[in-house]
Write a protein that binds this ligand. Structure first.
Ligand code: 26Q
Length: 835
């Protein structure tokens, strides 16, 4: 870890002279692979584990990334090259192997090389663990952003945390979710490179001390702190066939060196080791909540740890190039905050500029507030982060002082603009008063940023009309929308090779970097042969998905059935409950013999529940119990199958979305900020059944209302209905819903567990159900019927499927990143040498 001595030595220039580029042909790949396998990894005839060839392959590929990585770094180091930094507590990267080969353009060569060596690429790819360093949408969005930035040649660096344990593995036991730790680094991570020479020191606790510096100026220093080291690990982020490799820098916590510890603990060895553990705890585990778990001290430590290490890293590089002149810092650097999770960066940049580099408040604030940009990802008030002032004071006393000063100056401005409006001051204060005063991190982020954006048109509008209204009145120019996207490299080219090939045969390969080109598929909807080919591809992908389902759940799917899929985090607002009520309704119809012109369905639901979220976990249990009854009823047979697919994750979605017919996007309107799964399904030719929520609205606009199954109340209607909501009356008036509630209430799905689902029944019948499940039931069931009827006409369904893919161009993160860059970052693309 202590490489200071090593770094101090100057490198002989002969070490760094450029080597001839590594071959991208089969023979070169084979040579390197064998060298790694035999020498580096020391394999012989006794090495049976597939881990060795996997690792040899990664090292072979990493070398090819490395030369491009260096050139990209040099290209981005030219004077005044502006950078953006994506600060995120989550990067849900999934696997890197397939994506690396795709972006380097050597998938076929590698496949051939391995084949000649008697190995199968598909088998080696399965060895790689998902890098599950995120919960869901927000974390996966960060990963898609990095892919697009590298592809657009933008000098963007990701900063995150190298969690020892990522998102938990979900097992299902007796229908219940059981969490298992995800020790993804157990066999090492061959993609990453440790960079101990860029280690940073992070302080906690202590107190601030005011003093006069040599020039007689009042300064502040933070003393008596407990320090932790932040050690960076760099992960390469290749662009698509353009010679660019950007960096994702992940910080790992380490104890300050043992001598300090020994002294601090007065020679008490066990206490000293305990202190080491406490330091290393910071990056031990990802918090598995996709909504909030407010007030946990370790989480705040993680947030500050990331913000401080990343800012120090950028400032160190700045000072190396420009000395202590920060006048052009804001012109050359932007920090994009992925939600409020890294928002203490606002106060930390102020601290570093003032306390470490001696700037005055005004100068530091000018820089900070022109450097930070904030993205909001939620409208749920309970998910807005707040930290108890008392905890902040104990852990980050100097930051609290700075936040108080930011608040005082900010409220001064508000009072000047709205004299005498004390209620407004209370509403807008960065500190929420009460028995336990709290810091409102979203407000800190808004005040400290020059840009605030939502992630879909509806979401951005609701933000300025609701939660952030007061701030919008003050600074309308700060607020903007950036509709999310997904990268078509992973989510079409990589995960759906059969469809990609069919598309490219017909319209060329341009769509891989210009997704709008998929529009050229539109005329092909009238081509009978093309439609047949499209259906054949879907069937192939359905077979792959059915195999996964059978392996995981032991249930056989009929490939002619409609594959109806909802995969996403488990949350009441996403209404997996509404989905399973529809399944119960279908079961009820079958049992009543109401099966004329029946369309067989296979329903897949998957997703993780936060370990402390009892209702979400109970809904998982309900889905599994309904599945148990439905799948084992001979009368139901192939009319209907239902499974809860365990351990939903990035690599599972790569099999799921290509094989889906119907994409369930059924959140209560006004609650889902954007959704991004909806875009992956659409790109792969699934048709959406959905509410007017998040990016669904824009999906429907792009594909046309006739190619989207719309149902449910609008966001405005939901708010109106809730004021006078009477679900019991809705149940009484709807025979179908009445029978579903009757089946649920009778214990039909919990014969041996009486009363188990009472909380679920109660929530549906509650006049205070925020998600208005009962209110949308009828319209949902009707939309499902329209979907089924349409599915019976396979030619029409195929047309709609093609049109969905053809209209998905807007939902590429290439478009999203272009917008961030044109309107927020303003970076110039880099041009690495020799590409
Ligand atoms: C907060 C405090 C303490 C612990 C955890 C958290 C926490 C962690 C993760 C809070 C929220 C998240 C994740 C939120 C998220 O994934 N939001 C989703 O972001 C997507 C990308 O913009 C959107 O498409 C989804 O609509 C939105 O739900």
């Amino acid at each position: 870890m202590q490489l200071k001595a090593v770094c101090a030595t100057t490198k002989p220039s002969s070490l760094l002279t450029e080597l001839p580029p590594l071959g991208m042909d089969v023979a070169s790949i084979t040579d390197d692979f064998r060298r790694y396998y035999n020498y580096t990894l020391g394999c012989d005839g006794d090495c049976l584990s597939t881990h060795y060839p996997y690792k040899a392959l990664v090292l072979t590929l990493r070398d090819r990334l490395m030369e491009r990585w260096k050139k990209s770094k040099y290209a981005a180091r030219t004077k005044d090259c502006k950078h953006a930094y994506y600060l995120s507590l989550e990067f849900l990267m999934g696997r890197a192997l397939g994506n690396t080969m795709l972006n380097l353009g050597i998938t076929d060569e590698v496949g051939k090389s391995l084949y000649e060596l008697g190995l199968r690429l598909e088998e080696l790819a399965e060895v790689e663990m998902d890098a599950g360093l995120g919960n869901g949408g927000l974390g996966r969005l960060a990963a898609c952003f990095l892919d697009s930035c590298a592809t657009l040649r933008l000098p963007v660096m990701g900063y995150g945390i190298r969690y020892e344990y990522g998102m938990f593995r979900q097992l299902i036991e007796n229908g219940y979710q059981v969490e298992e730790p995800d020790h993804w680094l157990r066999d090492g991570n061959p993609w990453e490179i440790e960079r101990p020479e860029h280690t940073k020191r992070i302080r906690f606790g202590g107190r601030s001390e005011h003093y006069r510096d040599a020039d007689g100026r009042m300064r502040v220093r933070w003393v008596d702190t407990h320090d932790v080291l932040a050690v960076p690990y760099d992960v390469p982020i290749p662009g698509y066939r353009n010679g660019v490799v950007n960096t994702l820098r992940l910080w790992q916590a380490a104890a300050t060196d043992v001598f300090d510890l020994g002294e601090f603990n007065a020679g008490s060895y066990p206490e000293s080791v305990a202190a080491k553990n406490e330091a290393e705890n910071i990056t031990m585990v990802l918090y598995p909540n996709d909504a909030s778990e407010n007030g946990k001290e370790l989480r705040l430590r993680q947030q500050y740890f990331l913000a401080s290490a990343s800012l120090q890293d950028v400032l160190t590089r700045w000072v190396r190039s420009y000395g202590n002149d920060f006048s052009r810092f804001a012109e050359n650097n932007t920090f994009q905050l992925n939600d409020t999770h890294p928002a203490c960066a606002v106060a930390e940049l102020m601290r570093l500029l003032m306390d470490e580099y001696g700037l005055g408040w005004e100068e530091a604030w000018e820089i900070t507030s022109n450097t930070m940009a904030y993205t909001n990802h939620t409208l749920l008030p309970e998910a807005l982060e707040k930290w108890p002032v008392r905890m902040f004071e104990r852990l980050l006393p100097r930051l609290l002082e700075i936040i108080y000063e930011i608040n005082a100056r900010f409220l001064g401005g508000v009072a000047a603009r709205w004299p005498g409006d004390t209620d407004r001051l209370r509403r807008m204060s960065l500190i929420e008063e009460g028995p336990e005063p709290q810091i409102r991190m979203a407000f800190l982020a808004i005040v400290g940023s020059f840009s605030v954006n939502g992630v879909a048109a509806l979401h951005s509008r609701l933000l300025v009309e609701g939660l952030f209204r007061d701030f919008y009145e003050l600074w309308p120019e700060k607020f903007n929308n950036k509709t999310n996207g997904v990268t078509q490299r992973r989510w079409l080219a990589g995960c759906n090779p059969a469809l990609s090939e069919l598309i490219s045969e017909n319209i060329g390969e341009g769509w891989k970097t210009d997704l709008e080109q998929l529009r050229q598929l539109r005329p092909l909807t009238e081509d009978h042969e093309f439609r047949a080919a499209w259906r054949a591809v879907k069937r192939l992908n359905k077979r792959r998905l059915a195999e996964l389902v059978e392996a995981e759940c032991g249930v056989r799917f009929d490939l002619d059935a409609m594959f109806d899929v909802q995969v996403k985090r488990m949350h009441e607002y996403k209404r997996q409950l509404l989905n399973i009520l529809h399944v119960i309704h279908l079961y009820d119809r079958i049992k009543r013999g109401d099966t004329k012109e029946w369309v067989p369905r296979c329903v897949i639901i998957g997703g993780k529940a936060a370990p402390g979220y009892a209702m979400a976990k109970l809904i998982i249990k309900l889905i599994n119990n309904v599945a148990g009854v439905v799948n084992n009823d001979p009368e139901v047979g192939d009319h209907l199958k239902v499974v809860f697919l365990p351990n939903y994750r990035v690599s599972a979605m790569e099999i799921i979305c290509p094989g889906t017919d119907l994409s369930e996007q059924i959140s209560t309107a006004g609650k889902e900020a954007s959704g991004t799964g909806n875009m992956k399904f659409m790109m792969n030719g699934a048709i959406t059944i959905g509410t007017l929520d998040g990016a669904n609205i824009e999906i429907r606009e792009e594909v046309g209302e006739e190619n989207f199954f719309l149902f449910g109340l609008t966001a405005a209607e939901v708010e109106a209905v809730r004021k006078n909501y009477n679900p019991a009356a809705i149940v009484a008036a709807d025979e179908d819903l009445g029978r579903v509630m009757q089946l649920l209430g009778s214990g039909h799905f919990n014969q041996f567990e009486p009363g188990l689902f009472e909380p679920v029944i109660h929530s549906i019948l509650s006049p205070f159900d925020p998600w208005v499940v009962a209110a949308d039931f009828r319209s949902y069931v009707d939309a499902q019927r329209r979907a089924a009827e349409l599915y019976r006409d396979q030619e029409r369904w195929t047309r709609m499927s093609i049109l969905n893919t053809a209209a998905s161009g807007k939902f590429s993160t290439d478009r999203t990143m272009r917008e961030y860059n044109e309107e927020i970052w303003k970076l110039t693309p880099i041009e690495p040498q020799g590409e």
